[in-house]
Design a binder for this molecule. Structure first.
Ligand code: HEM
Length: 393
């Protein structure tokens, strides 16, 4: 069972995955400080548009879809810049690409290997895919290539950083670079939106005292940076960091994932031999719900990790982005998610904007956590559950 059939759907981008280098070699993580003002500005523009209550006090929205669209715009502000990040048609197709890729990958698993290219080609005619997104994305990528050629030392978007790693033969064909950008976008948008959605459903269950504490912490952090929500301020959002880490413990993205193929016989700790050619994977929930690792793992405690952290800083082993064998949300080892710092920053900036400017409530009037939606190995927040946003005075 393969989660994504990347080469089939994106062409052969895994043989030379130079677009992952931008992140893997940590250039993106280093650039986060300078990208934060753009992330913030786009969130400040996108949120009031998405939460427009058309003259009434509040608005009730299907949360997951709303967040996917907001994240697509905010992410693309730093992926390809303005105006691409506000091109509704491109954003719609980019969002659709992830759904198609993941859905189609599951279906393709049921066909023999030799038939998959044919099934893929036929279904792409109906559902779209990279062939629909790439032509819409290419003009924006082309203008970033032109910018990067002129101002190599002053990258303003992730695509500008990508140009440092792009072979000359691909620079000549911007469509090829656009495929890489579409792939990075795909890794970035739904994952981020899933966390913002879960967090908002949880925040709607917070008591007024807990919310006051959270708002105080965010406001104090921003004030300590002269009133600017920059990367340093975000680094002081301890409660939000703990909430996100608990969400990742409670709802890892997939039941089984991070699969690997053994290239030689492997002997594991208990002496068992895994023969060469075996696909192995890990099951994060078994670890995340293990009572020997987590006290009362069946209880969702948004403050679990801030309590564990005590007075220590946010960067320690209990941080949302910290990797460990006891916490598998981002994987572990060499291939652990290299985009996690970017993801955490976007999630926290968008959430802080919402928390400071809106009150949240469940439309039913009852405080309840909507049931997540599971299909095959994936879990996402409920695609239909709604939340009410009321602008704070
Ligand atoms: C909360 C959000 C996210 C979660 C939970 C997440 C989770 C993961 C996981 C579980 C893996 C697989 C690790 C493995 O196979 O060992 C992964 C890989 C990856 N992620 Fe993320 N991710 C998130 C956001 C992002 C973002 C925003 C980006 C980039 C813009 C990104 C880029 C990547 C890339 C490039 C890989 C492949 C790394 C490799 O193969 O070496 N991710 N992510």
């Amino acid at each position: 069972m393969q989660l994504f059939q990347i080469n089939l759907q994106f062409g052969d981008i895994t043989t030379n995955p130079y677009h992952l280098e931008t992140i893997l070699r940590s250039d993106l993580t280093k650039a986060l400080t300078s990208l934060t003002p753009d992330i913030l500005e786009e969130a400040q523009l996108a949120l009031p548009e998405a939460f427009d209550s058309k003259g009434s006090d509040s608005v009730t929205l299907p949360l997951f879809n709303t967040m996917v669209n907001i994240v697509a715009r905010v992410s693309n502000r730093v992926m390809i810049g303005v105006p691409g990040c506000r091109d509704k048609r491109f954003l719609h197709e980019q969002v659709n690409l992830a759904t198609t890729v993941i859905g189609l990958s599951q279906v393709l698993n049921y066909f023999p290997q030799f038939l998959r290219p044919l099934v893929f080609r036929l279904s792409s005619l109906v559902f779209g895919g990279t062939k629909t997104v790439v032509p819409l994305l290419t003009p924006y990528v082309k203008s970033r290539i032109e910018y990067a050629q002129q101002f190599q030392d002053n990258p303003q978007t992730i695509t500008d950083i990508l140009m440092r790693f792009t072979p000359e033969e691909d620079i000549m064909i911007p469509e090829k670079v656009a495929v890489r950008v579409a792939h990075l976008n795909m890794a970035s948008i739904h994952t981020t939106a899933i966390f913002i959605t879960h967090a908002l459903f949880e925040l709607a269950l917070f008591t007024p005292e807990q919310l006051d504490m959270l708002r105080d912490e965010i406001t104090t952090a921003i004030e300590s940076e002269g009133g600017v929500c920059n990367k340093a301020a975000v680094g002081r959002f301890h409660i939000l960091d703990s909430l996100l880490k608990e969400i990742g413990r409670w709802h890892p993205l997939f039941a089984i994932g991070m699969s690997r193929l053994t290239l030689s016989d492997a002997v594991i700790a208990d002496g068992s031999v895994i023969p060469k050619g075996t696909v192995v994977a890990i099951a994060p929930k078994a670890t995340h719900y293990n009572p020997e690792i987590y006290d009362q793992p069946e209880i969702f405690d948004p403050f679990r990790f801030s309590k564990l952290r005590g007075t220590g800083g946010i960067d320690g082993k209990h941080a949302f982005t910290a990797l460990s064998n006891d916490y598998l949300l981002f994987g572990v080892g060499k291939h652990a998610c290299p985009g996690r710092f970017f993801a955490a920053l976007k999630i926290k900036v968008i959430l802080a904007e919402i928390i400071l400017n809106y009150d949240l409530s469940c439309p039913s009037g009852k405080a309840e956590r909507p049931k997540s939606f599971a299909f095959n190995l994936f879990t996402t927040p409920s695609p239909t559950a709604k939340l009410t946003f009321t602008r704070r005075k």
